[in-house]
Structures are given as C-alpha cells and as structure tokens.
Design a protein around this ligand. Structure first.
Ligand SMILES: NC(=O)c1ccc[n+]([C@@H]2O[C@H](COP(=O)([O-])OP(=O)(O)OC[C@H]3O[C@@H](n4cnc5c(N)ncnc54)[C@H](OP(=O)(O)O)[C@@H]3O)[C@@H](O)[C@H]2O)c1
Length: 264
C-alpha cells in the first residue's frame, strides 16, 4: 500500500506514476494541477492550487512533477510539508541545492531522473538522495519510482548530468534510429507502410529481446552477425571508429555538457 502522496503536476510523468501507485493500492492522496484533470478514482482529490489542500492532509511524500521552469514559483507553496514529508523531484536540471533554497534547508529531497518509457512502465529512473533523507524515505521514493520501471541510485549528484544524457534523452536516440531505418528502407524500394512496420517492430522487438535475454547487447549483436553476411557488411559501416562509436560518444558528451549548463 502506498501511503498518502501529494502529487504536484498531474501531467505525463505525474500521471504515469499515479497509474502505477493506484495499481499497488494508494491511500487517500491529493494532486495539484491548474488544468484540473478528472480524478481517476475516489482515493485521489484534485485541486487547482495548493491553497485548497485540506489543512489536515499529511502526505508521506510530495512528488514534484511540474516543468523545471515552474519550480521557482511552485516549490515555495509546499514548504509547509518539508519538515515531515520527503520531497521527490523528477524535474530535469533542478539541483538539490537549488530546491533547498526554495523549500527550506530542512527539506529532505530526493532528486530523480526518469525517462518517457515510464508511460508504459518500462522506464528507468536514477535517484540521488540529499541531506537528511532517512532510509525509510529513500525506500518510499524507490517504491514510488518503481511504479514506472526500474530504479537505480547514485550518491554523487553530479552523475545525474550524464544519466540525463544517456537514459533521460536516450529514448530520442532510439526513436531516431527507427526514423532513419524507415527512411533507408524506403530508399531501397520498400513501400512506406512496410518500411514503417519493419523499422518500428525491429527496434521494439530488439528492445524486448534485450530485456528478456540474459546475454549482453554485444553478444546479441554477434548472434545476428554471420561471417561475410549482410549484417557484417552493415556493421562494417556503422562500427567504423568515425561512425557510430564517435557519434554516440560525442552526442552523449554534448548532452551531458548541456545538462551541466542548465542545472540550477
Ligand atoms: N518527459 C520526459 O522525457 C521527462 C524525462 C525526465 C524528467 N522529466 C521531468 O518531469 C517533469 C514533468 O514532465 P512532463 O513531461 O510530465 O510535463 P507535463 O506533461 O507538462 O506535466 C507538468 C504538469 O504540471 C502542471 N503544472 C504547471 N504548473 C503547475 C503548478 N504550479 N502546480 C501544479 N501543477 C502545475 C502542468 O499543467 P499545464 O500543462 O496546464 O501547465 C502539467 O499538467 C518535468 O520537470 C520534466 O523535466 C520529464
């Protein structure tokens, strides 16, 4: 059973988490969102602003799922919970120090970086616990985040920048691969509908195989590669040092650097 939660921001990520919590059983909880989306069930009361929250509501966690650009105006409205509830933020680029400045120095804050496969509970989230977070609060955050996929923890908050570059932005790289395969299939004369099916199903099916297999990705790749065959020809192009190895490394370094620039 998930204890009472105050969800701030009932958008894509907040909604995905909430769906997972409800499946596990959620104690009476509150969500705040200016759009006032309909409540998915009797255990969730939705208000359009923080002032409407009943005075006796005592959440175990406040989940901050608004856009990072809304943090400065939004977080101070929830300072009153900072002494009793753990603050779990999934906002990109908002550091623990930056959030403490808005929530008060006593705030126990967990900063987490999820990714969009959360929408189908296949996400991966990396959490980092700030000062004062108790083991029980960290476990509660782990439970809340595991509703949208796998969860890992780091002690060094600086690692959230490369994590953002790899798994936060990563779904876009995989979708780009599907786009490029579809376009190349069409160039080779495959009709567009079939090109789309082949690209999508190859990317999603390979992901499912990777998830289900005990083998590492390099072994699964080798399993498709017969000597002097078609795959070997293609991989000769893609794996040339100046091709994918250099491009992926540069892309992730660029995203890491951008994440550091945006942090605050
Ligand atoms: N999507 C991703 O790939 C991803 C990955 C990692 C982390 N994140 C983080 O997850 C957070 C949420 O992203 P999302 O994709 O779920 O965004 P989203 O769908 O726009 O959800 C944010 C929600 O917060 C609402 N909101 C705005 N101001 C508010 C306020 N003062 N109080 C309460 N709710 C408010 C928004 O309403 P309106 O639309 O009416 O403004 C919207 O419904 C972001 O901080 C993002 O950095 C997202």
């Amino acid at each position: 059973m998930i204890p009472p939660i105050l969800l701030v921001g009932f958008g894509k990520m907040g909604g995905a988490m909430l769906a997972g919590w409800r499946e596990r059983g959620l104690a009476p909880s509150v969500a705040i969102d200016p759009a006032a989306p309909p409540s998915p069930g009797p255990e969730l009361s939705i208000y359009t602003d923080a002032a409407a929250i009943p005075a006796d509501f005592a959440p175990a966690a406040v989940v901050l799922a608004v856009k990072p650009q809304n943090a400065a105006e939004t977080l101070p409205l929830y300072r009153r919970y900072a002494g009793s509830a753990v603050m779990l933020s999934i906002m990109a680029g908002r550091t623990i120090a930056g959030m403490r400045a808005l929530l008060g120095e006593q705030a126990a804050i967990v900063r987490a970086m999820p990714n969009t496969p959360a929408a189908v509970r296949q996400g991966v989230t990396v959490g980092c616990a700030g000062p004062g977070v108790t083991p029980a609060q960290r476990q509660l955050c782990d439970d809340l985040l595991s509703a949208i996929g796998k969860v890992a923890w780091v002690d060094d908050e600086g690692l959230i920048d490369p994590v953002t570059a790899v798994s936060g932005s990563g779904p876009a790289y995989v979708f780009l691969l599907a786009e490029l395969m579809e376009a190349a299939a069409i160039e080779q004369g495959i009709p567009p509908d079939l090109a789309r099916l082949l690209a999508r199903q190859t990317v999603s099916g390979s992901g499912a195989l990777l998830a289900a297999s005990p083998e590492d990705s390099a072994t699964l790749r080798r399993n498709v590669t017969s000597p002097k065959g078609t795959t070997e020809q293609a991989l000769g192009v893609l794996m040339a040092p100046e091709a994918w190895p250099a491009a992926v490394s540069k892309a992730i370094a660029a995203a890491t650097a951008r994440s550091r620039e945006l942090a605050g």
